[in-house]
Design a binder for this molecule. Structure first.
Ligand SMILES: NC(=O)c1ccc[n+]([C@@H]2O[C@H](COP(=O)([O-])OP(=O)(O)OC[C@H]3O[C@@H](n4cnc5c(N)ncnc54)[C@H](OP(=O)(O)O)[C@@H]3O)[C@@H](O)[C@H]2O)c1
Length: 316
């Protein structure tokens, strides 16, 4: 029987189960994808714990996971763009951590042949979120941009996208990630008390734009350093958005297969790196979320729904 991650009550990782489910069939205008890898994102923890129950209630038994990569298993009528066997990546809200997902063709794009499955699974979530944040602040060549939590799933991609636009990028991180960031061309600065002073020293000529992927006091720090509100984006501080009118561009603003295709191409060509911190077999989904909840990472944590080595061309 096909498997799917499910939970039937709000709670910690212990509520997550691997359920046996029916194999979905492709109706008119639908595509069934056999999932190879599905990414993990911190927002899924809040949904599962019920923190967002008022705004995004669960419908039990609830599925989990959004961004994935896999192979088209079946197409319904009216889907000329995809055929069985095509390698794809996409977005299936609260459903991606499963052997099969059923989506519309507008939720998919082709996976370039040279792109690993784990990396591909991270494009429509963290990749799109990073893209939206960078688009919102529009770094220009020669400018200095700060990215908070620059070793995180979103931050590490946002920082590299700002570099690709020709900006000098300062990334906040804990010291253990400094060399990791330097290797990606990002100048590391420690987060925490005294951050504004450290950023002033690191960028004596000033900071032009600030992309916050962590929250806490990052927006206040950016404003204190003289960054204009329209050149600040946060994906983790709704209050600062209300108070200061800074941008809050996130995944929704880049929920577009054309953008995912550009990102996938950059990764396949080696111009953008999606560091994979860990790959867990689907059965270890609880451990994966326990690790994700530590909020210390280098890039993305990903579930291998199929053993990745079974899939031709994968380099892991
Ligand atoms: N709205 C959307 O569409 C959307 C989409 C994706 C994500 N998000 C949100 O964006 C945020 C980031 O997601 P993510 O996937 O990048 O998270 P993640 O991969 O779990 O990254 C966590 C990062 O936070 C850093 N960190 C830990 N404590 C910190 C502190 N006190 N100050 C500054 N940084 C600290 C860690 O740095 P070290 O490891 O170096 O300590 C690590 O790099 C989350 O709040 C998530 O919910 C929103």
């Amino acid at each position: 029987m096909p498997r799917a991650v499910r939970f039937s009550r709000y709670g910690g990782p212990e509520v997550l189960e691997i359920a046996e489910v029916d194999r979905p069939r492709a109706g008119h205008g639908q595509v069934v994808v056999e999932v190879v890898a599905a990414a993990l994102n911190p927002g899924e923890i809040g949904i599962r714990e019920g923190v967002f129950a008022e705004i995004w209630p669960a419908r039990f038994p609830e599925g989990q996971g959004n961004d994935f990569a896999g192979r088209v298993a079946e197409t319904g009528d009216g889907v000329p763009a995809f055929a069985p066997g095509d390698e794809v990546l996409g977005f299936a809200p609260r459903a991606a951590q499963a052997d099969f997902v059923v989506v519309g063709p507008g939720a998919l794009t082709a996976k370039p042949a040279g792109l690993g499955w784990a990396e591909a699974a991270s494009i429509a979530g963290a990749g799109a979120t990073a893209w939206a944040g960078i688009e919102a602040v529009g770094p220009r060549p020669g400018e200095t941009v700060v990215v908070s939590a620059a070793a995180g799933g979103v931050g590490v991609l946002a920082a590299q996208l700002a570099r690709l636009r020709g900006a000098t990028v300062i990334g906040t991180a804990s010291e253990g990630n400094f060399d990791f960031l330097r290797d990606l061309g990002i100048r590391p600065v420690a987060y925490g008390p005294g951050l504004a002073d450290r950023l002033r020293s690191a960028a004596p000529d000033g900071i032009d734009a600030y992309v916050d992927t962590f929250g806490a006091s990052n927006v206040d720090v950016a404003l204190a350093l003289g960054v204009r509100p329209d050149r600040i984006n946060t994906i983790a501080d709704g209050l600062a958005v209300q108070r200061h009118g800074v941008h809050s561009a996130a995944q929704e603003q880049a929920d577009d297969p054309a953008i995912w295709a550009v990102l996938a191409d950059l990764v396949a060509k080696g111009e953008l790196t999606v560091p994979i911190a860990a790959v867990y077999p689907l059965e270890r989904v609880r451990d994966a979320y326990r690790d994700l909840a530590t909020r210390h990472v280098r890039g993305k944590r990903v579930l291998a729904v199929k053993p990745l080595s079974d899939f031709e061309g994968d380099h892991r």
